[in-house]
Ligand binder design. Structure first.
Ligand code: NAP
Length: 254
């Protein structure tokens, strides 16, 4: 039955940046659908662990700072998930940072930090998980893109560059890995009320300008992304490869 194909019972998911915001909602949704969830991040995800365990699923914490971890440490983190939870079926590359500064004054430090966390780490995580998934002949990778995978944004050049690249990487990996049973796709959230967008929402003019441009008439909530991540992580998406699914209240349709 079609609804059964959305279930994730017995699967193991790895979510990066699950301590708060969208990552917490992703991890909770995957657990609600039946998956055990590993949480990779630099901060204790205690609240997210509590939510996963309250659903009767296993949670597994992998401490790692994606601003500092190189490919070897990241590969070790992925191996520790397989050792700790017994398998790896789903990777959600959610962790991300944003640095707001005009292009002419955007510091090399900000540029490098954003590219390291939002792009380099995404590739290294895909690579390490891809090896496991190709070896077993199945797997789902969901990368997190942005409206700034489509648009230029305002004074966030490093973030826009990284999020455009995430879409290119998603397509490149889908081309290589679809034949090996691994689905690589992305979700492009619209404007979601999290810490990432707190400065925008604290500026009454920006907040109103953004809200009034969203056809749905409100900012998104992390939970609005739950259905999309479960779909792309599930057998229901078995023939979906290299796509970017906007969940944006209609922002891109405007
Ligand atoms: P958020 O509330 O700021 O959460 C970011 C998450 O990433 C946190 O769990 C954070 O962990 C983790 N993270 C940051 N730097 C890290 C590092 N060096 N190593 C490991 N983990 C790190 O942001 P969010 O809005 O939920 O964003 C989640 C994803 O959605 C990001 O990729 C973001 O670009 C994307 N996105 C967000 C929006 C939006 O409107 N909010 C729109 C489009 C796309 P700590 O708790 O340790 O900092």
């Amino acid at each position: 039955m079609v609804l059964d194909s959305f279930r994730l019972d017995g699967r193991v998911a790895l979510v990066t940046g699950g301590s708060r915001g969208i990552g917490r909602a992703f991890a909770t949704a995957l657990a609600q659908a039946g998956a055990d969830v590993a949480l990779l991040g630099r901060t204790s995800p205690a609240e997210t662990v509590a939510r996963i365990e309250a659903l009767g699923r296993r949670a597994y914490v992998v401490p790692a700072d994606l601003d500092k971890a190189g490919p070897d440490e990241i590969a070790g983190s992925v191996e520790s998930v397989v050792a700790g939870l017994g398998r790896l079926d789903i990777l959600v590359n959610n962790a991300g940072i944003i640095r707001r500064a005009a292009a002419v004054t955007h510091s090399p430090q900000d540029w490098d930090a954003v590219l390291r966390v939002d792009l380099d780490a995404v590739f290294h995580l895909c690579q390490a998980a891809g090896r496991v998934m190709l070896g077993q002949g199945h797997g789902k990778i969901v990368n997190v893109a942005s409206m700034l995978s489509y648009q230029g944004g305002i004074q966030v050049p490093s973030y826009t560059a990284a999020k455009h690249a995430v879409v290119g990487l998603t397509r490149a990996l889908a081309n290589e890995w679809a034949g090996g049973g691994v689905n690589v796709n992305a979700i492009a959230p619209g404007y979601i009320a999290t810490d990432n967008t707190a400065p925008l929402r604290a500026d009454p003019d920006r907040e109103r300008a953004i809200r009034e441009r969203i056809p749905a008439g409100r900012w998104g909530r992390p939970e609005d992304l739950a259905g999309a991540v479960v779909f792309l992580a599930s057998d229901a998406a078995r023939y979906v490869h290299g796509t970017v699914l906007p969940v944006d209240g209609g922002w891109l349709a405007r």
